[in-house]
Design a protein around this ligand. Structure first.
Ligand code: NDP
Ligand code: ZN
Length: 355
């Protein structure tokens, strides 16, 4: 079968591979909608995970089940499913501790396009199908579905981890699809005022629709100063970091009130050494004693998460298709969509490929 792969750091291309094999609890799925992720860009062009050879890319998919293993009970060939970006092994110790995305070590629940072939193939493999897949609800578009599996799940996790209380003031740093989903999540969590930080006009437009009350450009001077000024020096109750490089943490800690949460959902992809660090500002962190907590997380996966997010879409709480700015038709368009994600033209939030 054909797949679009990372050949080595900095290089991608089409390759031929064997169709994946289906274990007793697994499924083999044929994609019907795919989307590239900024994380694929970190993986290929920043070598963030280290080198990978001939690994099929992609971890955002909706698809039709082609084959199921003998022990799979809830799905059958022909079912159209949401495939979470993160597909944990649900019978592991990390799951029992409550951290399914971290099974098998840090970020180990992230299998596709990390340490197994991703979804940009004619077929792809799903481990523990009964626990990881969810039916694409009747009436839901494939575009909406494919925006749920990583973007909504990650952005909403940011809002959940930020422990937003009713009426709280929240800043979301970065308004690509991940940050925009965090804004929608912050509104659902009950935020009062929501600062959205970014510049792409198309993102600004969607940020307002999702509930942003104030737009801040990081190009107009120090982001934290702008937000401190707008809040009369008080700062914000919660920060969600969803873009920028490591130095964005300086802004986050500076604008965060003492006793606030900083939820990082950004992927700090640059640098390949195990001695790389990210900065936390000593004074703005209250010398390490100001109850300014940095919380991290990898996109939650699994069936229940997908079903709940799908309900938010089905029952009109959020419309993820507002983030789909480019739609392509045909498997061979994956390459163009991925390169768009790398180049980030000003009119782009997220491209989707329908098959
Ligand atoms: P985008 O590149 O589309 O968006 C990034 C946003 O950050 C843009 O709005 C950009 O502004 C803004 N930005 C850039 N520099 C700064 C700055 N200095 N201060 C404030 N904002 C800034 O990315 P995505 O939304 O697709 O993804 C965001 C991150 O989330 C990526 O690192 C991605 O890999 C990661 N990710 C993490 C996951 C997880 O599980 N934790 C899952 C999926 C993705 P502008 O409007 O000017 O472009
Ligand atoms: Zn992703």
């Amino acid at each position: 079968m054909k797949g679009y792969a990372m050949l080595k750091i900095g290089e991608t291309g089409w390759i031929e591979k064997d169709r994946p094999k289906c274990g007793p609890r697994d499924a083999i799925v044929r994609p019907t909608a795919l989307a590239p992720c900024t994380s694929d860009v970190h993986t290929v062009w920043e070598g963030a995970l280290g080198d990978r050879h001939n690994m099929i890319l992609g971890h955002e998919a909706v698809g039709i089940i082609d084959e199921v293993g003998s022990e799979v009970q809830d799905f059958k060939p022909g079912d159209e499913v949401l495939v979470p970006a993160i597909t944990p092994d649900w019978d592991t110790e990390a799951c029992q501790r409550g951290f399914p995305s971290q099974t098998g070590g840090a970020c180990g629940g992230w299998k596709y396009s990390n340490f197994k072939d991703g979804v940009f193939g004619e077929f792809f493999h799903v481990n523990m199908a009964d626990n990881n897949l969810a039916i694409l609800p009747e009436g839901m578009s494939r575009e909406a579905g494919v925006m749920i599996v990583d973007m909504l799940s990650t952005g909403f996790m940011g809002a959940e981890n930020a422990a937003i209380e009713l009426g709280a003031t929240v800043a979301v740093l970065g308004i690509g699809a991940v940050g925009l989903s965090a804004i929608a999540g912050a509104r659902l969590e009950g935020a009062g005022r929501i600062f959205a930080v970014g510049t792409r006009p198309i993102s600004v437009e969607v940020a307002k629709k999702y509930g942003a009350t104030d737009i801040v450009s990081y190009k107009n001077g120090d982001t934290a100063e702008q937000i401190l000024e707008a809040t009369g020096g008080a700062g914000v109750d919660a920060v969600i970091v969803a873009g920028g490089g490591p130095e964005i943490l300086l802004d986050a800690f500076k604008m965060a009130k003492a006793g606030s949460k900083i939820a990082n959902i950004n992927y700090f992809g640059k640098g390949q050494g195990d001695k790389d660090t990210v900065p936390i500002p000593r004074i703005d962190w209250g010398f390490g004693m100001a109850d300014k907590d940095l919380i991290t997380g990898l996109c939650p996966g699994g069936k229940t998460r997908m079903e709940r997010l799908a309900d938010l879409v089905t029952y009109g709480r959020v419309d993820p298709t507002l983030m789909v700015t480019h739609t392509f038709k045909g498997f061979d368009k994956i390459e163009e969509a991925l390169f768009l994600m790398k180049e980030k033209p000003r009119d782009l939030i997220k491209p989707v490929v329908l098959l």
